[in-house]
Every structure is written in C-alpha cells, then in structure tokens.
Design a protein around this ligand. Sequence first.
Ligand SMILES: C[S@@+](CC[C@H](N)C(=O)[O-])C[C@H]1O[C@@H](n2cnc3c(N)ncnc32)[C@H](O)[C@@H]1O
Length: 265
Amino acid sequence: MSALSRLTPAIEPGTVWLVGAGPGDPGLLTVHAANALAQADVVVHDALIGEGVLALAREGAVLEYAGKRGGKPSAVQRDICERLIALARAGKRVVRLKGGDPFVFGRGGEEALALAQAGIRFRIVPGVSSGLAALAIHGVPATTRDTNHAVVLATGHAAEGAGGTDWAALARTGAPIVLYMAVSTLPSIAAGLIEGGLAATTPVLVVHAATSTREEIIEASLAELPALAQAGRIASPAIVAIGAIARVRAALAEHLLAYRQAASA
Ligand SMILES: C[S@@+](CC[C@H](N)C(=O)[O-])C[C@H]1O[C@@H](n2cnc3c(N)ncnc32)[C@H](O)[C@@H]1O
C-alpha cells in the first residue's frame, strides 16, 4: 500500500461515496477521489467525466453512465437515486462520480438526501469545481483584495421563467459572477446584468472544456456576449466569468505557464 493510498479509508460494502471528479484533467482529482476509484465495485458517472479519470477505476469495476436523457431531468434523477440505493442494498462499494464538486450545481445534495432517506450510509468527497479551476489555470483569481471581497457562483439554467435568477440584483452586488450551465441563456443574462448597472465594457472570460485537450478560451466584453452566444461561438460545457477579475489575467499572462496535463482527459 502506498503512502497516498493509506490516506483514504476503505469503502465499506453497501455504502455510497459521492465523489467530485474535478474539471476533467485526472491530475486535478483529489487523493481521496483517486483512491475511491481504485476501490469501487461500481462507478456511476456523469457525462462530463473524462476518459482519463474513468481509466483510474479498479480493473474489473463496472462503469455505469448515469447521464441525463430525453429532456426529463427530474425523472432521470429519481432513477439515478434509485439505482444508487439498489446497488448499495446489493452490498456493492459504490462510487457516484460527479464532475467538479458534487455539491456545486451537481445535484449531489439531492442524491445525498435520497440516500439518507433510504437509510444508506454515504460519504462526500469534495472536488475542484470547474468554476474555480477554469479561472485559476488561466490566471484569473476568484478574488483579489483590489477587485472583490465576494464572488457569485450562479447557474444560467434557472435564467428564464418563474423562480429565475434576478440578474439585475446580482449585478448590483458589484461582485464578479461565475456562470455555470449558461451557454443557451447568455443573451438574457447579459441583458439583465446591464439592466442592473453592470457596464457594457465589463470584461468576460469564457472557458470551454477547461483542462481538457478540447479547451478553448474567449475574452470579450459583456456587450459582446449575446452575439458570440447567438453565433454559436460558445459551446457547452463552459464557464463564463464576468467582472474585474477577468482583467487580472492580462497582467499575469506573460509569465503564466500554459496549462498542460500529463495525460489526455
Ligand atoms: C451540472 S453542472 C456541474 C458542475 C460541477 N459540479 C462543478 O462543480 O464543476 C455542469 C456545468 O459545469 C460546467 N463545467 C463542468 N466541467 C467543465 C469544464 N471542464 N469546463 C468548463 N465548464 C465546465 C459547465 O458550465 C457545465 O454546464
């Protein structure tokens, strides 16, 4: 047993670990996440998990894809929870592998509640959330003392309709905004932020497929975002950072080493 593998407890049969896989690069897995993959009987994973991460699963482990299908997210989410419960009741050592951090826009909270209600014991292994990783690797600090003392992490998924996010109110906080799942709603989000007083010239950094070999970066202003989105220039998955922090990158760029992963994700 290596010194690193001793850091993680054994997964007990009949329990579920909700594990964050980070943004894609296997090098950004936590030690606990890598050790959990090396132990699990079954790995139930989402769509955004890179092959490089899944390749770290124990030989003989069953890999089950649990992505959303057919535009029925709530029904499928219930199926996923039921599957986790069934696997645990069958005595399996289950890793539920979720992109980024399992408790940041990942429905990890819903799955933990379902497990608790079913009397299944579980553990949470935090992961590096894509919203912070995508910025950090490209020289954008989520906070600096000069620019901001708060940062907003928001989903664009709830942008439209009843119960949607009040973007104008978020703009008025003055805090930079880091958007997840916002590609299809960027035009209305940008309009709401400008309505709330955010300058049309506010800098924006978009990172598509952060830390993967397909990664793309776009620098723009808030006013340019809708046209970029409507022209199909911003593909999912993407993180969109809006605010003065996006400008810090320019000051670091000359000396910041390009992000490279050792193996493809
Ligand atoms: C269902 S949310 C899951 C977020 C995840 N729990 C996390 O902490 O990163 C999926 C969204 O996360 C973002 N995302 C996840 N991985 C990403 C990556 N490698 N690059 C850019 N965005 C990513 C995208 O906004 C995507 O639509």
